[in-house]
Design a protein around this ligand. Structure first.
Ligand code: CTP
Ligand code: MG
Length: 233
């Protein structure tokens, strides 16, 4: 059989409600280029990545102005109502490319600071695992559960708890089946590994840096700018 290829699938169809900016956060300016161009540059031209496919909002007016729009190795599809719907559309497209046995790295457009070393570690470790895996960072803070009235109900031991990051790396066909089933059964799936878990799989946790932050709230943008500046040194 041929060597499996490795694709990057980038959900970028969100509107960035929590960011409260004038436009979706993936199109905000960050160190002289768009957030999404930083993100795509991590995959486009990477020797292990065959092609990149991006899910866009159906009424997105911003994409055509991005540096990667029209790039020969970057394809686009229309996204859906939730992140999981957008990922499913990306996987539908990949199946049309006869990529069922290939690997896919699903990575949020809003994570422009993915360290190169973390990407390499994920490719090596998840790529050698029967199911695949995800970048994740051990929880550092003490965790509290609230009582639904703004006070603490309990402290949750942080031992063994991880923040799920992206990329998350799975076989296209397996992830498509898992995510499709999870959505059909009405599950709320906030990451790709979650769908695999519902299908009974145990994805590998690959430790990654907290520098791989997801731009979510206004204070995250200057933090991302700082991290990208640091990376240059
Ligand atoms: N995303 C997507 N399709 C959606 C919703 C989200 O492709 N229907 C993408 C976002 O563009 C982002 C990633 O999924 O790159 C992670 O989602 P999130 O951080 O929640 O982004 P938004 O949904 O845009 O932000 P918010 O939840 O604050 O509205
Ligand atoms: Mg969202």
């Amino acid at each position: 059989m041929n060597q499996p290829r490795c694709w990057a699938a980038i959900p970028a169809a969100g509107i960035g409600r929590r960011m409260r900016a004038g436009r979706p956060k993936q199109y905000l300016e960050l160190g002289g280029r768009r957030v999404i161009d930083h993100t795509l540059a991590r995959f486009v031209g990477h020797p292990a990545i065959h092609r990149v496919v991006v899910a866009l909002h159906p009424e997105d007016p911003y994409w055509p102005d991005c540096a990667h729009a029209g790039h020969a190795r970057v394809h686009t599809v229309a996204g859906g109502a939730e992140r999981a719907d957008s990922v499913l559309r990306l996987l539908d497209w990949l199946l049309q490319q006869e990529a069922a046995d290939d690997w896919v790295l699903v990575h949020d457009a809003a994570r422009p600071c993915l360290p190169r070393a973390d990407l390499e570690r994920l490719l090596a470790r998840a790529g050698a695992h029967p199911v695949g895996g995800l970048l994740a960072a051990p929880v550092a803070d003490t965790m509290k559960r609230d009582d639904a009235h703004g006070a603490v109900r309990e402290t949750v031991p942080r031992e063994g708890l991880w923040h799920a990051l992206t990329p998350q790396m799975f076989r296209v066909g397996m992830l498509h089946r898992a995510l499709g089933d999870a959505l059909a059964r009405g599950h709320l799936v906030t990451d790709d590994a979650g769908a695999m878990e519902l299908a009974g799989h145990h994805p590998l946790l690959v430790e990654g840096s907290r520098a791989n932050l997801k731009i979510t709230r206004p204070e995250d943008l200057p933090l991302a700018a700082f991290l990208l500046e640091e990376e240059k040194d």
